[in-house]
Ligand binder design. Structure first.
Ligand code: NAD
Length: 493
C-alpha cells in the first residue's frame, strides 16, 4: 500500500468533516508502517474552528441549562460506549498500546462524559452574607471558547478528560490533538456530534504543533487554554497566552516516585510498581518511574522487580502484550539515550536493549529496564524518560525518603507502601504531588480524583469536580433589597 492509498482523517469543524490538501502520515508504532493520512490544519482552519465555536457559544451553548448539558454529555458517553470496539482498535493502531489497555481507555473516555453529566447538575454558586440591605451571590459562568492542546500518549482519555468538563460547564471547544495520534480524538468529536451536539460546540483541528498548535494558542478569540504535554511546549503556550491575557492550565511531565517501607511485604507491591512503569511502555506522565525503597527490603524488592520485568511479554498492541512499543523511532532514540547515560552512573539490573525477536522488527520496542543504586543527583533520577525505565534508590529513614521524593523539579503523583496509617498520612502531607496513593497506584483510573502539577509539572487541576471549576469563572452579583417596603407608609400595603 502506498501512502496515497491510506484512509484520510480530516478535521471536524462546525459539524462538518473537512480535509486539507497537505496531510501528515501516521505510523503504526507496532510495525513502523503508515496507517493513516491526517489533515494538516494551519492558521486558516484553526480560525475557522474558533469562529464556529464562538458562534455556537454565543448562539446556543451558553443559553443551555445544566440539565440540557448533562443530557448531552450522557448521550456522548453512550455513543462512545457503543463504539468502544472501534475506538479501542483505532487507539491500538495509532499508539501501539495493548488492545486491553485501549479498551480501558475507551471506557474511561465514556466515563468522563458520564461523570461530568452528573457533577454539572451539582454545580452551584454561593449566597454571600455581605450587607443586610443587599442580596449577594455568585454565579459560576463558563469561560466561553476553550482551546485544548493534547499529547499522543493517551489521546482518547485526555480528549475526554479535557473536553467533558469544559462542555458540561457551558464552554465550546477547539481541540488540537498531537500529530502522532489524532485518530481517536477526531472520531470522538465526530461521534459527539452524531450523539446530537449542535454544530460548532466541539471542533477538532489536527496538524503540527508549530502550525495548528501555535495558531490555537495565539488566537485572539480564545477565552481559556488547556495544555497537556511537555514542559518546553507548555512554556511556549503560556507565553502565547500571556500575549492575549488568557487563563491557562498546564499538565506537564512527571518523575513520580514509589516509597516502599519495610513493614509492607515488598512482593505484594511488585505488580502495581511494575504496571505503573510498563503501562503504555512507560509513556505516561504519572508513570511510577522511581522506586525509593527502605534498605532493609531493598535487595528483595530489586530482585522481585527484575524477575517480573524479564517475565513480561513484549509485542504488538494487537496481541495484548504486557509491554507494547514506544510511539515513534524518535521517542525510542530519546529513551535509549537516557539508558546509555544511566549505564555510566548506575547499575543496570535488566533490560536496556532493543528486543531482537523477528516479530518485533520494524516496531519501536525497548526492553523493560531496571537501574538500581541510582544516585539521587543522576540525570536518570531527575529527568522524565517517558519509556519503560525504572530507577531504584535505597533510603534509611522516612525523612530521607521524603527528601528524595521531592528532589526533582516535577510533582504529579506518588505511591506510598506501608501498613503504618500515621506514617501514610504524614507522608501525604509532605509529598509535593497532587495525588498520593497508599498501598495502590492510580486509583483504578481515578476519573473522580483531582489531578495536576506541583512545580514544573504545571498548574490547574483536571479530573474530578475540581476540573469543572477550572472551566468556570466566578461572577458576584449584589442586589439592593428595598427596606422601604416594610416601613410605615411604605408601598407594601
Ligand atoms: P509535546 O509538548 O511535544 O506536544 C503536546 C502537544 O503540543 C501536541 O499536540 C503538539 O503538537 C503541541 N505543540 C507542539 N508545539 C507547539 C507549539 N509551539 N504551540 C502549541 N502547541 C504545540 O508533548 P508530547 O511529546 O506530545 O507528550 C509528552 C509529554 O506530555 C510528556 O512530557 C508527558 O509527561 C506530558 N503529559 C502530561 C500529562 C499530564 O496530565 N500531566 C499527560 C500526558 C502527557
Amino acid at each position: 500500500m502506498t501512502t496515497g492509498d491510506l484512509p484520510v482523517v480530516g478535521a471536524f469543524v462546525d459539524g462538518l468533516r473537512i480535509t486539507t490538501r497537505d496531510t501528515l502520515v501516521s505510523l503504526d508504532p507496532s510495525t513502523g508502517l503508515p496507517c493513516a493520512r491526517v489533515s494538516r490544519c494551519g492558521p486558516a482552519e484553526v480560525d475557522h474552528a474558533v469562529t464556529a465555536a464562538r458562534t455556537a457559544y454565543e448562539g446556543v451553548w451558553r443559553r443551555t441549562t445544566a440539565a440540557e448539558r448533562a443530557s448531552a454529555c450522557r448521550a456522548v458517553a453512550a455513543i462512545l460506549h457503543a463504539h468502544r470496539r472501534e475506538l479501542a482498535e483505532l487507539e491500538c493502531l495509532d499508539t501501539g498500546k495493548p488492545i486491553g489497555q485501549a479498551y480501558t481507555d475507551a471506557d474511561v473516555a465514556a466515563r468522563y462524559f458520564a461523570y461530568y453529566a452528573g457533577t454539572v447538575e451539582a454545580l452551584f454558586g454561593q449566597t454571600l452574607l455581605n450587607h443586610p440591605d443587599l442580596l449577594a451571590y455568585t454565579l459560576p459562568e463558563p469561560h466561553g471558547v476553550c482551546g485544548h492542546i493534547i499529547p499522543w500518549n493517551y489521546p482518547m482519555q485526555i480528549t475526554a478528560r479535557t473536553l467533558a468538563p469544559a462542555l458540561a460547564a457551558g464552554n465550546t471547544c477547539v481541540l488540537k490533538p498531537a500529530e502522532d495520534a489524532c485518530l481517536t480524538p477526531v472520531r470522538i468529536v465526530e461521534l459527539a456530534h452524531e450523539a446530537g451536539l449542535p454544530p460548532g460546540v466541539l471542533n477538532v483541528v489536527p496538524g503540527t504543533g508549530a502550525q495548528a498548535g501555535a495558531a490555537l494558542a495565539a488566537h485572539p478569540d480564545i477565552d481559556h487554554l488547556a495544555f497537556t504535554g511537555s514542559r518546553a511546549t507548555g512554556q511556549a503556550v503560556m507565553i502565547a497566552a500571556a500575549r492575549t491575557i488568557v487563563p491557562v492550565t498546564l499538565e506537564l511531565g512527571g518523575k513520580s516516585p514509589h516509597l516502599v517501607f519495610p513493614d509492607y511485604d515488598p512482593a505484594s507491591a511488585v505488580p502495581l510498581i511494575v504496571a505503573s512503569i510498563t503501562e503504555h511502555a512507560g509513556q505516561n506522565c504519572s508513570a511510577g518511574s522511581r522506586v525509593l525503597v527502605h534498605r532493609d527490603v531493598h535487595a528483595q524488592l530489586s530482585a522481585a522487580v527484575a524477575r517480573a520485568f524479564t517475565a513480561l511479554r513484549i509485542g504488538p498492541g494487537t496481541t495484548d502484550p504486557d509491554l507494547g512499543p514506544l510511539i515513534s523511532a524518535r521517542q525510542r532514540a530519546t529513551v535509549l539515550g537516557h539508558i546509555d547515560a544511566g549505564r555510566t552512573c548506575a547499575r543496570l539490573v535488566t533490560g536496556g536493549r532493543v528486543p531482537d525477536a523477528p516479530q518485533l522488527r520494524g516496531g519501536f520496542f525497548v526492553e523493560p529496564t531496571l537501574f538500581d543504586d541510582v544516585p539521587p543527583d543522576a540525570a536518570i533520577a531527575r529527568r522524565e524518560i517517558f519509556g519503560p525505565v525504572l530507577c531504584m534508590t535505597a533510603f534509611d529513614s522516612a525523612a530521607e525518603a521524603v527528601a528524595l521524593a521531592n528532589a526533582t523539579t516535577y510533582g504529579l503523583s506518588a505511591g506510598v507502601w506501608t501498613r503504618d496509617v500515621g506514617l501514610a498520612h504524614a507522608l501525604a502531607r509532605e509529598l509535593r504531588v497532587s495525588q498520593v496513593f497508599v498501598n495502590n497506584y492510580s486509583a483504578a483510573g481515578g476519573v473522580e480524583l483531582p489531578f495536576g502539577g506541583y512545580r514544573q509539572s504545571g498548574f490547574g487541576r483536571e479530573k474530578g469536580f475540581a476540573a469543572l471549576l477550572e472551566y468556570t469563572r466566578v461572577k458576584a452579583v449584589a442586589i439592593r433589597v428595598d427596606g422601604d417596603l416594610f416601613l410605615p407608609g411604605g408601598s407594601s400595603g
